[in-house]
Structures are given as C-alpha cells and as structure tokens.
Design a protein around this ligand. Structure first.
Ligand SMILES: [Zn+2]
Length: 106
C-alpha cells in the first residue's frame, strides 16, 4: 500500500500565511522568497514548510535580500507609526545618497 502524501491544505496556509498553493496540491510556494520558490510538503507536511522557514535562504529573503516584495506592505499596517518611521528612514537614506553623489563629483 503506497504511503499517503501530505497535501498543502487551507489549514497549513492559515498556520503559515507566507505560503500559498504551489503548482500542485503537494507543493507550496513561498511568498517571501523570490517567485518560483516551491516547497514540497509531500513528505512531512507542515514540517517541510517549517524546515524551509528556518533555512538560511528564507531568512535572507525575510531580511530583504533576493526578494522583490516590499516588506513594509506585509509587516507594517497602513497609517501606523511604524510606517512613518520606515518612510522617514527611507527618506534619510535617499538624502544621504544624493549628498554622497554630489560630494564625490570632481
Ligand atoms: Zn521562503
């Protein structure tokens, strides 16, 4: 009798909302890592997803490396003070970049 494969279920998605259904029902797509990052859940189900979440590749993606996703859209609620802080930090960074560009001109 063949071993039953784990499927990516709505229940799994609600526990780990950074995943959505992959190319088939035994696969999840990671929304944090770059597009096309598929994680098979066929063997261990949610454990497969947790292994991926704990991987260095995923952790780097959470930090903004190799991801085109805007982190502020996912972790900051619109209108919150945190969002203002992020916007201010981005503005400061842009300001410094402009200054450096001007200063380095001959
Ligand atoms: Zn990931």
């Amino acid at each position: 009798m063949p071993k039953r494969k784990c499927k990516f279920t709505v229940e799994l998605q609600s526990k780990l909302p950074c995943f959505k259904r992959g190319r088939d029902e035994w696969e999840a797509q990671c929304l944090v890592c770059k597009p096309g990052t598929y994680v098979s859940v066929a063997n261990k189900g949610i454990n497969d997803l947790q292994t991926h979440v704990n991987s260095d590749r995923h952790k780097k993606a959470v930090q903004g490396e190799g991801s085109s996703m805007k982190l502020t859209e996912f972790f900051v609620k619109p209108g919150s003070k945190t969002e203002d802080a992020v916007t201010a930090a981005e503005g400061t960074y842009a300001f410094h970049t402009v200054n450096i560009t001007i200063a380095s001109r001959p």
